[in-house]
Design a protein around this ligand. Structure first.
Ligand SMILES: [Mg+2]
Length: 305
């Protein structure tokens, strides 16, 4: 049982539904009713204490924000526009209710920013650590839906932003690339895409598997973050290894025809850089090519859940 005081606070805190709107969310009913004009894009992610976060390392606000942000990144991966979310929060026997409120405030700060409404969920206590589950619902933008499986031989591979070293702080501060994905989908011919959550090489290998193709990476072109440089000072890895395998970058990984990639990288329409890092090839697997033309296989590395 969760204290009534918290549930009363939550009812007050969540924005009221607008009954004159066609998007008619009624929080007092047993379930939420949503009116969507087209396809619904649905994604869900769990954050668990001891696995995905430690209470000593992240504030309640940061944990709440991240729980929604990872879902928004998955909607961005499909170039979908966020509409609503359902939030379930499981507290430990000792969790202070102010912690739960701060967690919601973190989540709502991002929901407000992206015009997304919390349409339902549940809060409870159990005998173990804190668990937060968010299910986000989006709608396809005017540019259509992006998927992993439509890459074509000869496509260039591009990434937004820079990669690696996310554990230095990026993993709870990152901006989900929702607006960026929709804008690129509207203005360019994108063949395939996803977000980078588990590490560039692991996620690229998944995109290649879905498209039944391979990829050649241009290792000297990978945009390495300052955090990857910093992380390498205390690890046994190079900055490039951090960029290839760290995960939690939450940037976009896209493939598009070479002429479109040239137009995109010249225009640079986003506030963050877009960098070509390789090309899609027919031979399955990940490859790198030396100056003499010889190919070497790259083992996909990253965070496997
Ligand atoms: Mg993803």
């Amino acid at each position: 049982m969760i204290e009534h005081e918290f549930l009363d606070w939550l009812r007050q805190r969540l924005p009221k539904s607008d009954s004159s709107s066609t998007d008619d969310y009624q929080l007092q009913d047993d379930a939420a009713r949503m009116h969507l004009a087209g396809d619904a894009i649905v994604t869900s992610d769990l954050l668990c204490e001891g696995v995905h976060f430690e209470l000593k390392q992240m504030s309640a606000h940061q944990i709440g924000r991240k729980a929604l942000a990872v879902n928004l990144s998955d909607l961005a991966a499909m170039a979908a526009s966020p509409t609503a979310a359902v939030v379930s929060l499981l507290l430990s026997p000792s969790t202070d209710l102010n912690w739960a409120k701060d967690c919601y405030e973190g989540l709502l700060s991002l929901a407000d920013q992206y015009g997304l409404q919390i349409v339902g969920g549940d809060t409870n206590r159990w005998s173990s650590g804190i668990v937060i589950s968010v299910t986000a619902i989006g709608q396809s933008g005017t540019g259509g839906i992006l998927s992993r499986s439509q890459a074509q031989v000869g496509d260039q591979i591009v990434v937004t932003g820079s990669l690696g070293g996310s554990l230095q702080g990026h993993h709870f501060r990152f901006t989900p690339r929702v607006h960026e994905a929709i804008e690129l989908m509207e203005q360019f011919t994108l063949h395939s895409g996803m977000d980078i959550s588990d590490g560039l090489t692991l996620d690229l290998s998944r995109l290649c598997e879905a498209s039944k193709l391979g990829a050649e990476l241009w290792l000297d072109q990978i945009p390495i973050s300052a955090a990857a440089q910093a992380a390498s000072e205390h690890s046994m890895k190079t900055p490039l290894e951090h960029a290839l395998g760290d995960g939690e970058d939450f940037e976009l990984l896209l493939t598009l025809p070479a002429d479109e990639a040239a137009r995109l990288t010249k225009l640079q329409p986003l506030e963050i850089p877009i960098t070509p890092i390789g090309q899609i090839v027919a031979e399955q697997g990940l490859w790198t090519r030396a100056a003499d033309g010889s190919k070497t296989a790259i083992a996909p590395r990253g965070y496997i859940h």
